[in-house]
Design a protein around this ligand. Sequence first.
Ligand code: ADP
Ligand code: MG
Length: 280
Amino acid sequence: MKPSRTVNLLLLKHHLRALCLTTVCAECEKAAKQCAADGIDHLGYLARVCELELIERERKAAARRLKAAKFPAIKTAAEFDFAAQPTINRGIALELLKCEFISRKENVLFLGGSGTGKTHLATSIAVEACGQGKRVRFTRVTELVTQLLEAREERQLLRLRGQLSKLDLLILDELGYVPASKLGAELLFDVISTSYERTSLIVTTNLPFEQWTEVLDNERLTGAALDRLTHRCHIVETGGESYRLKNSLRRRAGSASASPPPQAALASEQTTRDRERTDR
Ligand code: ADP
Ligand code: MG
């Protein structure tokens, strides 16, 4: 006696689960009906369910990579208004969004004032990289330095270095807000130095090069860090005018009756920025 359809289906689902083919397991009946309706043969059916499995696995892997990257907020290039920041070289930014620089182990430096889109663009590039299967980690420089100092204290520095060395792209956000201690600066330099020609770095900073000594504590270290970072590096200047500030001024100008004078808007934006800096 031939096994019934129900028994076959139960057996099939059991095998699929044992093989960890969860999407095939979930979709096999629906796909079978669809293929029967479309006149697709057995091989075609098999190809279809395998493709569904692969698509779902890739989706989950991309979601895992995004989570592992620890972005403070997901930002995409589609949300970026290039017309609002004319200082930014759009051609270079679009080229960087292709992420080919990561395969070439090159670096990117976003240089400009607060609120000019440095973190937004760095995140957009890194989100693209996650979509392309790259291992990415986003960190503020102050956070990384704290993490390095703690790891050293707990004799976990090698482990942390090992984790960082497995990355394809490391984003060092906000270099320059808080000067690092001497030891912190050395540990940060070590990360920059180890990444050289192995892991791409994206650094965002509001500091012109001549002021980097303030963060890295001494001139020799600063020179060596700059040398490694800027060798094979794309420098994108984002200008000095804050997008947030421009936007809030425009919004306030729009709501004419309730609009405060520009000085008040400026003061309010300044307060927001100061608060953000304090939060950091
Ligand atoms: P920075 O890192 O240079 O201080 P951010 O990238 O954090 O600035 O930008 C501040 C805010 O303004 C963010 O919410 C960001 O998404 C937004 N922003 C900045 N520039 C643009 C732009 N050109 N188009 C759209 N949003 C922008
Ligand atoms: Mg920023």
